[in-house]
Design a protein around this ligand. Structure first.
Ligand code: HEC
Ligand code: HEC
Ligand code: HEC
Ligand code: HEC
Ligand code: HEC
Length: 492
């Protein structure tokens, strides 16, 4: 079958005007097998055979057509298609060997609004990639080193009775560009948190575990002095310093920081939760949801030689959409409420479905939680609850003890049951009441119906970034986000 295909290919090559052929070789001239070859920006590619050969349809209708070839571990190569020439030889330059820890990270921020006059590899990434810069600046990644909430727990947790933070290792994920990943050494570019250059020097990643997390769980390839290499998801950027790294489109890329398992349980667990979801089989990755592009941009950079127009569907957003992105939460959570009379009782049922998050809901830091609170009253007078769940004391003033339900991953201190303890402190037990991807939670309450009248029921769902008690002690906000409200009215 394969022979036949090759024979047909050979015949087609022989027919002038229909096919382009060529060979892909490495720096020493040896054929490269399995390289991805395509006409730049075309949606499909072919793989080279054991002799490094490929065959492509002739793009004679497109001016400026370019053939590109890429294999992980090499710089992307290319050849401009010339009229009348049917056979091409493409060489893949090597990536500078090893990882140079003395490499000075390149900043994201252009000094002024001028276009770069040169392009020798140390120009701020945002000087050309304007859209990516704006999006990233709005993301949590751009603030990971300076986020007051992070700093409060890093240094200020002494003010909490809940335990002492073991701050060794925080910097590996929050401040990965700091020397020795020390979160307090915020010189220069390290302040930029999880920056462009850091992410685009990653060639491999594995889920964080124990104290091998963040920068320690990724493989970096920083070039030696005077050279530049940028790694990314595209295999058709033949500018001489870009390299294709398949890990960029895979969830395990994010898992180096969005997964961390140690003694008592997983402090960060989006990756393992995603792994047990149906999104894996559907090929839906972290990037599919959190880096979904706007569908409008047609270039990956606004400036710079060698850029081309691309299908908007192939480009991503660096906003790293989160619960502050309008509608993200609202569309991910479905709520439904029913209320009916059963003798002298009012029966209320609330269902919450995690229909859009690729992991449990809510996700993220172990301080984050979701609270459902219920209010039932007849003509303005609250009804007494007969049975049903209530909100825990850590829900804070105004909510604790009320009819409702809390969804949280809690690190518990056996010494003071029911109270959350610091997730980053030593061994604790963990309980998890969050809603798995695609699943539904259903809770029922019964209230005593008193005098006849108009009874109103209201269910409110909110997501919180932290426990009010700690937030007050550390002078940080809890950033409540109202997710949904359901109302019902009953006359009896
Ligand atoms: C947290 C890591 C991370 C950070 C920070 C980051 N990137 Fe990316 N970048 C990625 C990933 C992952 C992809 C691939 C996305 C995909 O395949 O959907 C990507 C894709 C790209 C692409 C390819 C074009 C596109 O739209 O997919 C460019 C260009 C790029 N990034 C530039 C930048 C610049 C410039 C910055 C800083 C302003 C930056 N990146 C910050 C991880 C990062
Ligand atoms: C002088 C302008 C300029 C600067 C500065 C610049 N880039 Fe780019 N970058 C480009 C152009 C042009 C392309 C190719 C665009 C295309 O193929 O459409 C590109 C492509 C990329 C890609 C895609 C590579 C791939 O194979 O997926 C990534 C990722 C990227 N740049 C990241 C960065 C990062 C990180 C920095 C800072 C260290 C940076 N760029 C600085 C102009 C620039
Ligand atoms: C180098 C470590 C690192 C990598 C790699 C990384 N992240 Fe993050 N990410 C963080 C840290 C640390 C934060 C928290 C920043 C903060 O809130 O101060 C964060 C925050 C986020 C948030 C926002 C959470 C919030 O609190 O609102 C999202 C969404 C996110 N990351 C998605 C991703 C995705 C998707 C990828 C993979 C393409 C990724 N991250 C790769 C470390 C990383
Ligand atoms: C099917 C789409 C989808 C996939 C796949 C997905 N997420 Fe999410 N993610 C969401 C939605 C929607 C939310 C908002 C709900 C929430 O806060 O829990 C969210 C929330 C988050 C948050 C908390 C941010 C915030 O502000 O609420 C982080 C961090 C995060 N995701 C990381 C990841 C990582 C890492 C992966 C891959 C292992 C991933 N996500 C896969 C849709 C997705
Ligand atoms: C494995 C990587 C990793 C390590 C190690 C790590 N973090 Fe995080 N941290 C994250 C990620 C990812 C997020 C974003 C999750 C979210 O907020 O949705 C985050 C979020 C946070 C938040 C919530 C920020 C906010 O605005 O809501 C705090 C506080 C925090 N981390 C403190 C710490 C402290 C203190 C340490 C060290 C004891 C630490 N982290 C170690 C990855 C890490």
């Amino acid at each position: 079958m394969r022979r036949l295909a090759l024979l047909i290919a050979a015949l087609l090559i022989a027919a002038p005007g229909e096919m382009l052929t060529g060979t892909v070789v490495d720096a020493s001239g040896q054929p490269v097998e399995g390289a991805r070859v395509r006409l730049r920006t075309s949606p499909s590619f072919v793989l080279t055979d054991a002799q490094g050969r490929f065959t492509l349809a002739d793009p004679s209708t497109t001016p400026d057509a370019e053939i590109t070839a890429a294999l992980p571990g090499h710089i992307i190569g290319g050849a401009i298609v010339k009229h009348g020439i049917r056979a091409y030889r493409i060489q893949l330059p090597p990536i500078p060997a090893g990882d140079d820890p003395t490499y000075p990270w390149v900043t994201a921020f252009p000094e002024d609004d001028q276009a770069p006059r040169t392009d020798f590899g140390r120009e701020p990434c945002g000087a050309c990639h304007r859209r990516a810069l704006t999006e990233w600046q709005e993301s949590a990644h751009a603030r990971s080193a300076t986020n007051p909430r992070f700093l409060a727990f890093l240094d200020g947790s002494r003010r909490l009775a809940a335990g002492k933070v073991n701050s060794e290792g925080c910097g590996t994920c929050h401040v990965p560009m700091a020397p020795d990943d020390d979160p307090r050494r915020l010189a220069d570019v390290a302040k930029e948190g999880i920056g462009c250059d850091f992410c685009h020097k990653i060639v491999e990643a594995r889920p964080g575990t124990g104290n091998v997390t963040g920068v320690r769980a990724v493989e970096l390839r920083r070039p030696p002095f005077g050279r530049q290499t940028v790694f990314g998801p595209f295999d058709d950027v033949p500018r001489g310093r870009d390299a294709f790294a398949p890990v960029f489109t895979e969830s395990r890329y994010c898992a180096a920081c969005h997964q961390a398992r140690s003694g008592a349980g997983a402090i960060y667990s989006e990756f393992e939760e995603w792994q047990e979801s149906r999104y894996v089989a559907a090929g839906i990755t972290c990037q599919s949801c959190h880096m979904r592009g706007d569908g409008k941009a047609t270039t990956m950079t606004e400036l710079g030689p060698g850029r081309v127009a691309r299908n908007p569907a192939t480009l991503s957003s660096h906003r790293f959409h989160d619960s502050r992105t309008p509608d993200l939460l609202g569309q991910a959570v479905e709520t439904a409420m029913t209320a009916h009379r059963d003798g002298e009782a009012l029966v209320v049922t609330v269902e919450i479905t995690n229909r859009g998050a690729g992991h449990r809901l809510p996700a993220g830091s172990p301080l984050r939680h979701m609270l459902l609170s219920l209010n039932a009253e007849t003509d303005g007078r609250p009804l007494a609850m007969i049975d049903g769940p209530t909100l825990p004391s850590w829900a804070g003033a105004g909510l604790r003890g009320k009819p409702g339900r809390a969804y949280a991953k809690l690190f518990l201190d056996p010494a003071s049951p029911g109270h959350p303890s610091l997730p980053w402190a030593d061994a604790n037990a963990v309980t998890d009441t969050r809603i798995r991807a695609g699943e539904r939670d259903r809770s029922t309450w019964r209230f005593r119906l008193g005098v006849p009248g108009e009874t109103r029921v209201e269910a409110r769902l909110l997501v919180r970034r932290g426990f009010p008690e700690w937030a007050a002690l550390l002078s940080i906000g809890t950033e409540d986000i109202a997710v949904a409200t359901q109302r019902a009215t009953l006359r009896h």
